[in-house]
Write a protein that binds this ligand. Structure first.
Ligand code: ZN
Length: 409
């Protein structure tokens, strides 16, 4: 079934206030595949008594993240879940990374993902990730990089995880239309920063960055592993409409990984500090802030990671961990709970796929239940929500939360 997405201005007109509380629980890469024909998927194999109870009382379906056949990255897949057209709003990797570590973005800023690399005496890359040096080893090096000054531009550098960092340039006349310096192989020197379009801004920004890289090499000289840097994913502020205004919600994000904290921050959600990163910790963080917000985006990464490892059983166990912690969330008495993924990451594929993603919608005051009582791909395929584009999920959530008026007379 194909529907026209609700136009932004119509949605604005229809919003009405409510005291309802909403939780969107995203198990990253939730959708899976059976190990063999007719077998269960990871979610179907997992023992999920709490989710199954919600499935019995709620309604199931499948969402298509972006479009049939497109395997999405987590960034666009989350934008779709948040109700944004991911083809219209494109977030560069650098912007996600910068927002993820709390670097704010303004129009005109240029951001990039960086990582330390090992270079030989001739400047050729020996290791593109500097032996994956851990955060505690990388952080002091990032501090050194942060002291580099180039006239005419303000430069900020922040550590991410392990050997990664982010770089932000702020100033007049900059452009993010630049090519990556990472040649994606060893034995050759990094590329210099080059403009990806023939504009004076891109030319100037490339020159600034090449000077910065030169200075970085001097600062890092002598380090046994991290004596070079690679820059990629040049981006700028995607200028996304703010989630809170768009939906009339006070929204918070409960997420561990920088990328998801980043996408939440870019849409203007408050990103909360975590109690701990287990599912219990995520839900306890929700509990701590229950009175302050109307909408909680809770992100659990491990399902995707185990899917990418190709470990069917570990992915199922990750799902079970979330299920065991679920009573902490349900004890808060939310009005609407949606449990889904941003995309599928079948462990058989060790990668993101385009397969539709299980959706469980629980809203005791408004749901028209179906006859499904187990949360799994097959049940979702026969669920009452049907198969629908992910961008329709937010209006559906708002409706169940009593936050949408009637359209038209
Ligand atoms: Zn994902």
């Amino acid at each position: 079934m194909v529907y026209t997405p609700v136009p932004d201005e119509v949605l604005q007109e229809l919003l009405q206030p409510s005291n309802s509380k909403i939780v969107l629980l995203v198990m990253d890469g939730l959708g899976g595949m059976p190990l063999g024909p007719a077998g269960p998927t990871e979610l179907e194999y997992a023992h999920t008594v709490n989710m199954d109870t919600l499935a019995a009382d709620g309604v199931l379906g499948l969402h298509v993240p972006l479009a049939p056949g497109l395997a999405p990255g987590s960034g666009p897949a989350h934008l779709a879940l948040f109700g944004y057209d991911a083809f219209r709003y494109r977030i560069g990797r650098g912007a996600l990374a910068a927002a993820g570590v709390g670097l704010d973005l303004q129009p005109g800023d240029v951001v990039a993902r960086g990582n330390f690399a090992t270079l030989d005496e001739a400047g050729r890359i020996l290791d593109r990730r500097a032996g994956r040096i851990p955060t505690k080893e990388a952080a002091p090096l990032v501090e050194k990089l942060a002291r580099i000054r180039i006239p005419g531009v303000q430069i900020d550098v922040r550590p991410v995880r392990d050997y990664r960092f982010v770089l932000r340039l702020r100033g007049e006349g900059l452009s993010h239309k630049l090519k990556d310096t990472d040649p994606q192989r060893v034995g050759v020197p990094p590329f210099p920063v080059e403009p990806a379009e023939p504009t004076p801004e891109a030319q100037r920004t490339a020159e600034i960055l090449n000077r910065w890289i030169e200075e970085a090499r001097k600062v890092l000289a002598g380090h046994p592993k991290a004596n070079g840097v690679l820059l990629r994913g040049f981006a700028t502020d995607p200028q996304l409409p703010k989630f809170g205004e768009r939906y009339g919600l006070r929204a918070a994000a409960v997420a561990e990984y920088p990328m998801y904290r980043g996408v939440a921050r870019l849409v203007g959600m408050d990103v909360l500090d975590l109690v701990d990163t287990t599912p219990e910790g995520l839900f306890q963080t929700v509990a701590q802030h229950w009175q302050t917000y109307d909408f909680f985006f809770v992100h659990f990464k491990e399902t995707d990671s185990r899917g990418e490892d190709g470990d069917f059983f570990a992915k199922a166990q990750a799902i079970e961990k979330v299920d065991r912690a679920l009573p902490i969330l349900m004890d808060l008495k939310p009005d609407v709970v949606v449990i889904t993924g941003d995309h599928s990451t079948p462990s058989r594929w060790r990668a993101h796929s385009w397969h539709p993603v299980p959706v469980l919608l629980w809203a005791p005051d408004s749901v028209r239940t179906d006859d499904q009582y187990r949360f799994g791909e097959n049940a979702c395929q026969h669920g009452g929500l049907g198969t629908f584009p992910a961008v329709h999920l937010m209006p559906l959530i708002l409706a169940h939360a009593g936050r949408l008026k009637k359209y038209g007379a």
